[in-house]
Design a protein around this ligand. Structure first.
Ligand code: ADP
Ligand code: MG
Ligand code: MG
Length: 252
């Protein structure tokens, strides 16, 4: 499995400091959850790792198996095995879901070793079935007119077909009804093995009833202020975040 190592990461947006020293290591085989109140920098962490140009890294490092991720172009990061599921996936007009998936898979393979079309179609169809997605979706433009739930299922479809080393899933549970939540969780759990590490960013504990994290981290004001096991997520669900603020003497 691979290792993603985030060290002392400081990120600012338009001159405003958002992340103030994040340390986090995710290894193949591990599921980590990052939880925290709104506006604490969870999505900023995901976007900065994936190389969104708006997020300026002022200090710290991100390495994937010793390779400097911050030196890589965005498409190189995906080719190196990083996957980002976005809180708000964008619509891509003129590119069908199927074409997008096939070119993404091929981008991770050597030139001349592209996935055979029939093999791709077979894998895509069986994954669509597994995720209970209507087959027509594959021929629609990526995310265009998709409902919130369809976008999230589509992200999991990408995840299952691309088989990244490390995935960062930002609020993959937001706006899902209980059936969609179960399907999305089933998809993520299917990938659990020593060659897959996952960072699950979520505001709510609900998702973690279906996907048991090995490690839970609480982010507040741009830092990870507390880490623990799955029981930490349960305590947050029951008691909210106030007790952590009290414990650590954090002011609003
Ligand atoms: P979370 O995901 O924890 O809710 P975010 O990372 O989205 O938090 O946001 C952290 C802070 O950064 C917030 O104060 C937010 O307003 C600000 N922020 C996030 N993205 C942008 C952006 N693109 N432009 C300006 N400010 C932003
Ligand atoms: Mg938010
Ligand atoms: Mg967010």
């Amino acid at each position: 499995g691979s290792t993603l190592e985030i060290k002392n990461l400081h990120v600012q947006i338009e001159g405003k400091k958002i992340l103030k020293g994040v340390d986090l290591t995710i290894k193949g085989g591990e599921f980590h959850a990052v939880m925290g109140p709104n506006g604490t920098g969870k999505s900023t962490l995901a976007s900065a790792i994936m190389g969104h140009p708006k997020y300026e890294i002022t200090e710290g490092s991100v390495h994937l198996d010793g390779e400097d991720v911050l030196e890589m172009e965005v498409d190189e990061r995906a080719r190196a095995g990083l996957f980002l599921g976005m809180q708000y996936p964008s619509e891509i007009s003129g590119v069908t879901t199927s074409d997008f998936l096939r070119s993404s898979i091929n981008a991770r393979r050597e030139e001349g070793d592209e996935i055979p079309l029939m093999k791709f179609i077979k894998e895509m169809d069986s994954t669509l079935d597994y995720l209970e997605i209507d087959k027509n979706m594959a021929q629609r433009y990526l995310n265009e007119g998709f409902s919130g739930g369809e976008k999230k299922r589509n992200e999991i479809l990408q995840l299952l077909l691309l088989k990244p080393e490390i995935a960062i899933l930002d609020e993959i549970d937001s706006g899902l009804d209980i059936d969609a939540l179960k399907v999305v969780s089933k998809g993520i759990n299917k990938l659990r093995d020593e060659n897959f590490g996952c960072l699950i960013i979520t505001h709510y504990q609900r998702l973690l009833n279906y996907i048991t994290p090995d490690h839970v981290h609480v982010m507040m004001q741009g830092r990870i202020v507390k880490s623990g096991g799955p029981e930490l997520a349960q305590r947050l669900e029951a008691e909210g975040y106030e007790w952590i603020k009290d414990e650590l003497g954090i002011e609003d």
